[in-house]
Design a protein. Structure first.
Length: 200
């Protein structure tokens, strides 16, 4: 698929989910057998670990359709970068979707730390430190709402991916893949495009 075709497939699947007409493709024993020795996903979805954000369900996908990477607040670290780069080379996935969502707890914790000046304990602090640049950017632009801050964080995450990974940046430059930012609305079930890098 091209990046545009991959995004169209995801949009159509999400619309089925919103409408309550999910077709649950590629979830039978034949598909399972087909994938024993190979995989050829048409997208990689890098999303938040939140239990309300199951990528394969909200986009009406099946086995082998999506290469899914998740971390709280869709935070980038070395393991995430390695996973995403593996999806680009050698799997040659044509589309990376960064998937944020309403009422993100990791973003809310970061806003709270920004406001109070108090950092959380343990490794949650690491999450907050990595999300903080997005919160600072949002605050400087007059954005204080959690869901609008999530949108800013999704946009900033896309930019950071290309700044940090030469593999992803090269694939986008060559037109082999694109990076889209998408925000999921918990109430409506709708996945809305908020940013794009590359030809889609």
């Amino acid at each position: 698929m091209s990046p545009a075709e991959a995004w169209r497939t995801l949009r159509e699947g999400n619309q089925r989910f919103v409408d309550g007409t999910s077709s649950h493709p590629n979830q039978d024993s034949f598909r399972r057998s087909e994938l024993v020795s190979t995989q050829n996903p048409f997208c990689v979805i890098f999303g938040c670990s939140d239990s309300r954000l199951a990528a394969e369900i909200i986009f009406d996908l099946g086995l082998g359709d999506a290469f899914v990477v998740r971390s709280a607040g869709q935070v980038i670290d070395e393991a995430v970068l390695g996973s995403l780069e593996y999806a680009i080379d050698p799997l040659e996935v044509p589309l990376i979707v960064i998937l944020g969502h309403d009422s993100c707890g990791a973003v809310m914790a970061t806003i709270d730390s920004y406001t109070t000046g108090t950092m959380p304990q343990g490794f949650v602090r690491d999450l907050v430190e990595r999300i903080m640049p997005s919160v600072i950017t949002a605050q400087r632009n007059g954005v204080t709402d959690v869901n609008e801050t999530v949108v800013e964080h999704v946009k900033q995450t896309g930019k950071r991916l290309l700044e940090t990974s030469q593999v992803i940046a090269r694939a986008v430059h060559e037109g082999r893949t694109a990076v889209l930012g998408v925000c999921y609305r918990l109430g409506e079930g709708k996945a809305e495009l908020v940013s794009g890098i590359g030809n889609v």
